[in-house]
Ligand binder design. Structure first.
Ligand code: FAD
Length: 428
């Protein structure tokens, strides 16, 4: 295989592969469709979400809002810093053992459970409420340097103090080992001669170009990767999962809450039995204003100092579809609606036990931010993560064989490390 490996996308999967390959002396070029904005103002990453006037996310015809950002670092720039293992057994059952890679990632990202001193007043009230209800609420493991976290609660807008790990940390390490990053390079198509990869066709500020390589790693994310594959004549895009979620809010009349770190704790005891996790969360004002909630609830949510919230994130059916033109479908089958409704019920109980007025409780529309499965192992790629085109690999959330129902970043890193280590031995 060629001496110049092309990686498409600089998010979690792409940056990990770049770091690992460059560290092993391989020549790497990362092509990223987005630019390299500094995340330094109050509006921060909002401009880089792919939504519109109607909200930060894109809506499917089924009314599900999906959230992702286009820029160097991809959606890692806007995570809440939650770092948990998911699908380790499922990967093992298809022949991919990730224990070593998980351990490496946990060390490199310094994943540690959120300390009590970084938990805000709402989280503490919900911890007490959980105890009262007999729920097992635990500190969330996070890739956050708590000593630098300001507790602003705006992780999803990008982290101004730089307390949170992002893919840019790994990219930085890859540059030190000679990797090259080309921004505003939007890959349109994979070039292949028969079943051998030849390179990529990419739209750049200087026009459309063809870049040669006999080894290409696609890491354009759960939506981006299947679009490129389909435009290259490779069947992909089905089995879209999204870990659909709702947030449930209530008002505590005499409260005067400060901002606080979101998702500082987790209840995961219902993950296997009822298909969801619960975690304290308050949305940003734009999310609430653009939510399809009633006007009275919008007005209610303006008083954020009295608002307390819980996210219910489900392990949804992988029943969505990304089309070659970028449109997507994500119907909510009855089985997923039941998980959402049960998550709402348990969230409401928590909020009431924490002191929220039962009459004030409302839920948001369905959103999703863990997009994947669309080039899954066993369907579009084999267990070596290779497509039907030799030399063309996939290493992002689209490669997941199943819905995680939990934050996927750590598993994407582990998977990308696994691929990169193997490729480093194979590529001359
Ligand atoms: C608000 C929010 C909060 C989240 N919080 C968490 C969390 O706390 N913990 C967690 O584990 N997960 C979280 N996630 C999910 C996590 O961010 C994603 O699962 C993860 O970033 C996906 O990694 P990826 O490599 O598949 O794609 P991405 O990280 O999205 O990277 C894809 C990259 O490809 C680029 N790209 C796309 N198309 C092209 C193209 N044609 N040519 C070139 N480049 C292209 C994109 O610009 C992007 O940089 C969150 C997501 C969001 C949106």
């Amino acid at each position: 295989m060629s001496d110049n490996i092309i990686i498409v996308g600089s998010g979690v999967g792409g940056a990990t592969a770049a770091k690992e390959l460059a560290h092993r002396g391989k020549k790497v070029t990362v092509l990223e469709a987005g630019g390299y904005p500094k995340i330094g103002t109050e509006w921060r990453a909002l401009r880089y979400y792919t939504g519109s006037f109607w909200g930060p996310g894109e809506f499917s015809g089924d009314g599900v809002e999906i959230l992702r950002t286009f820029m160097v670092g991809g959606s890692s720039m806007t995570t809440i810093g939650n770092g948990v293992r998911s699908l380790q057994n499922e990967f093992r059952s298809v022949g991919i053992k990730l224990e070593e890679e998980f351990l490496e990632a946990e060390t490199e990202l310094n994943i540690t459970p959120c300390p009590e001193e970084n938990m805000g007043e709402r989280t503490k009230l919900l911890l007490e409420a959980s105890e009262e209800l007999g729920y097992d609420m635990k500190p969330m493991p996070k890739y956050i340097d708590y000593s630098r976290c300001s507790g602003c609660g705006n992780c999803a807008l990008g982290c101004i103090p730089g307390a949170k790990w992002t893919s840019r940390n790994y990219l930085g390490e890859s540059y030190k080992n000679g990797a090259e990053l080309k921004t505003n390079h939007n890959v349109i198509e994979i070039l292949h001669k028969g079943d051998e990869v030849r390179g990529v066709k990419v739209r750049t500020p200087d026009g459309v170009k063809e870049l040669e390589s006999s080894c290409v790693i696609l890491a354009a994310g759960g939506i981006g990767t299947p679009i490129i594959l389909q435009n290259s004549g490779i069947d992909a895009g089905s089995h879209l999962f999204a870990d659909t979620f709702i947030n449930t809010f209530g008002v505590i009349q005499n409260a005067d809450f400060e901002n606080e770190l979101g998702m500082a704790t987790i209840i995961d005891e219902f993950h296997d039995s009822e298909g969801f996790i619960l975690s304290p969360y308050i949305e940003g004002p734009l999310d609430l204003l653009t939510d399809r909630i009633s006007l009275s609830n919008k007005i209610r949510s303006l008083n954020v100092k009295k608002l307390i919230g819980v996210m219910a994130k489900t392990r949804d059916e992988p029943n969505g579809k990304v089309n070659a033109d970028g449109s997507f479908e994500k119907p909510i089958p009855e089985v997923d609606q039941e998980k959402i409704d049960k998550g709402f019920e348990r969230s409401s109980l928590l909020l009431e036990a924490a002191g929220a007025d039962p009459k004030s409780i409302f839920r948001t529309h369905i959103r999703a931010a863990h997009l994947g499965g669309t080039a899954g192992i066993g369907r579009v790629i084999d267990k070596e993560q290779e497509t039907e085109v030799s030399g063309l690999f996939v290493s992002d959330c689209s490669a997941f064989p199943e819905t995680p129902g939990k934050p996927p970043v750590l598993s994407i890193i582990a998977l990308s490390k696994h691929l990169a280590k193997r490729l480093a031995d194979e590529v001359s």
